[in-house]
Design a binder for this molecule. Structure first.
Ligand code: FES
Length: 96
């Protein structure tokens, strides 16, 4: 387990990547690769802002063999806010 800190201008992917953890994030955060796929903890998923524009992030996630309809998100599409303090996320080994 890792405890990460980041500021409100970051995305979850950037915080994970900048900590040197194993997240590929091949497209650099422009919602094109799905290698920043994470599972949001069950107790947190409803507190995270829903997928923007609904379609592209879901489309990418659905192509993953690890897709979990309830818990899957792309970490680069989650912007960190104060309310997310304590957020629990599980990394998934996803290759592009
Ligand atoms: Fe590519 Fe998130 S880093 S979709």
């Amino acid at each position: 387990n890792h405890i990460l800190e980041g500021d409100n201008n970051s995305t979850l992917m950037e915080i994970i990547r900048d900590e040197g953890l194993d997240i590929e994030a091949a497209c650099g955060g422009c919602c094109a690769c799905a290698t920043c796929h994470v599972y949001i903890d069950d107790n947190w998923i409803d507190k995270i802002e829903p997928i923007w524009a609904a379609s592209l992030e879901t489309y990418l996630l659905e192509k993953s063999k690890h897709y979990n309809e309830k818990l899957s998100r792309l970490a680069c599409q989650i912007e960190i806010k104060n309310e997310y303090n304590g957020l629990i996320v599980n990394l998934i080994k996803e290759t592009s």
